[in-house]
Design a protein around this ligand. Structure first.
Ligand code: XMP
Length: 519
């Protein structure tokens, strides 16, 4: 088994997922519990994860130095590597910050960790600090333009370090690097990289998920389901319906912030699942609560609170009919959890309305069967459940909807502009035949204004930013290389057809550093 010590990285859980894909058992542990855990279970390797802190800060999480003398191979990733250097006599400083893709150049020589790696490949960085002095006996295996110590090793003590993240989807050969470490640990990756997809599939046991839902809900209780028409809540609902049948009552809350046609889509989904959803209209209530609110975290919290208020209202109605409703099903997935500060040492990126945005006290108990899965895994489960592609391949859409795509106050007028622009983007991508390949696309009302000349007259209108990204598991993304002709068409249509818009810009920022949504 390999122990993964969690220093709060957004992608710690992803390291475990990658190792699972190559058949390696892992256990994620708190830094303080590491030695105890190693003593308890046979540990063949230790991975020190990344994290948001700086090793030279007073309160930074650390680890007992004894782990370096156990003769167990150690791989430090990002913060984990910096901490290794810091504890073993190297020096880490607030350095050249680097976020997103960069080219890694391998050094000449024969390195076990470099097995089957090309001379040059793209890796993803996400760090503000850097090592300026390596500890004794460490050698550089690879470097990038701005990071001289990007890939290092101490061969004798089998301690390795990576400044970049091998676990993220966009790092090339990341799985091979982890496999090389696994080999050094004396473990055998039981599968080839080519068969990892098959392995992933067989690891998700639908029956187990169903049994778990039955166990949580019990014999008599009813479950209300927060459904949005999105893939996460659809898969969670299909699974729950399979587990407890008619004791599951899906509810769709129309808050006026969803895409056109969402209600019809929800009705279609539940026709297929065989349960009639309850539709609640909360458009007026939502817009009223959002009046004058400009802060994105506040918007999420208001929407999260309102959701719970509405579900508790529905629960009361059902209890009056003598239905023992005790649970609320949500389609929360792992990326929602980790971004809302899901682990001890992690940073809060944003309070996803269904996790960090929820009120502290709730009458309903949460049921979240997708909580430990990533988007692509949820899609796989959906396919295994036999759901049609049109439900599974849908673009993600945030729970707070257009509210987090309109910077500043959500007024009726700006909501109208956002909806119209969104419709244009979707229809042009569809016409061009590339919509199914696009992970996520949307316009943002930026709250920035610029001058336009329309029909020889001056206008001062809002700038729309177009965001189109490629991703699989949401943890990292790149901007889509949309052909210029299509971008031109979208831009022309938005400035011509959406009154009040002066220009369109294309967002070419990767995640990290930028999140997909603007808020
Ligand atoms: P970011 O912007 O964090 O988005 O890169 C990752 C994914 O999460 C969605 N998202 C949300 N979903 N409640 C949700 O249900 C939220 O508060 C929320 N914020 C972002 C986003 O659309 C993307 O798919």
């Amino acid at each position: 088994m390999i122990i993964i010590v969690d220093f709060g990285s957004q992608t710690t859980h992803l390291i475990a997922r990658r190792l699972k894909e190559i058949g390696i058992q892992t256990s994620i542990t708190d830094p303080d519990d590491t030695l105890k855990k190693i003593k308890k279970r046979k540990t063949q390797g230790i991975i020190l994860s990344g994290g948001p802190a700086s090793v030279y800060e007073k309160a930074a999480p650390t680890i007992n130095k004894d782990i370096f003398n156990l003769r167990i191979p150690i791989l430090g990733i990002c913060y984990g590597m910096q901490l290794t250097a810091h504890l073993l006599g190297g020096k880490v400083v607030s350095g050249k910050k680097e976020y997103g893709p960069t080219i890694l150049q391998m050094a000449n020589g024969k390195w076990q960790m470099a097995n089957k790696l090309p001379k040059q490949f793209t890796v993803w960085m996400s760090h503000g600090d850097g090592i300026v002095k390596l500890p004794k006996d460490f050698k550089v295996i690879g470097s990038s333009d701005s990071v001289p110590f990007a890939f290092v090793e101490n061969k004798k003590r089998k301690i390795f370090g990576l400044q970049f993240h091998p676990e993220v989807e966009h790092t090339e050969h990341g799985l091979q690097i982890l496999k090389n470490f696994v080999d050094i640990c004396g473990l055998r990756a039981s599968l080839t990289i080519q068969t990892k997809i098959k392995n992933q599939k067989s690891k998700i046991k639908i029956k187990e998920l169903e049994e778990n839902i039955k166990k949580i809900v019990g014999e008599k209780d009813y479950v209300l389901g927060a459904v949005s028409g999105g893939v996460d809540s659809t898969v969670a609902a299909a699974l729950t319906a399979k587990a407890i049948g008619k004791k599951f009552i899906p509810i769709y809350v129309d808050n006026g912030l969803m895409r056109e046609g969402t209600e019809e889509h929800v009705i279609k989904i539940f026709k297929k699942i065989g349960i009639k959803p309850v539709i609640v209209n909360a458009v007026g209530e939502t817009l009223l609560e959002l009046k004058k609110i400009t802060d994105s975290e506040q918007k999420r919290k208001i929407i999260g609170n309102l959701y719970i208020k509405i579900f508790e209202r529905e629960m009361k109605k059902m209890k009056a009919q003598k239905l023992p409703v005790r649970h609320l099903l949500q389609g929360t997935i792992y990326s929602d959890v980790i971004e809302s500060q899901g682990t001890k040492n992690s940073a809060k990126i944003k309070s996803h309305h269904n996790v960090g945005g929820l009120p502290k006290k709730m009458k309903l108990k949460l049921l979240e069967p997708m909580r430990n899965f990533y988007k692509d895994e949820v899609r796989k489960i959906g396919r295994e459940l036999g759901l049609p592609e049109e439900f599974i391949n849908k673009q993600p859409f945030p729970g707070p909807g257009y509210a987090v795509r309109i910077r500043g106050e959500v007024t009726e007028e700006r909501l109208r502009m956002e909806k119209k622009a969104d419709e244009i983007v979707l229809s042009e991508l569809e016409k061009a035949g590339i919509l199914p390949q696009v992970f996520l696309s949307f316009p943002v009302m930026t709250n920035a204004f610029s001058t336009a000349v329309k029909g020889d007259g001056r206008q001062f209108g809002e700038v729309v930013a177009l965001r189109i990204v490629d991703s699989k598991d949401i943890m990292t993304s790149t901007w889509s290389r949309i052909p210029y002709g299509i971008l031109q068409k979208i831009s022309s249509r938005i400035v011509n057809e959406v009154s009040g818009v002066s220009r369109v810009v294309y967002d070419i920022t990767t995640k990290p550093p930028a999140t997909m949504e603007w808020e």
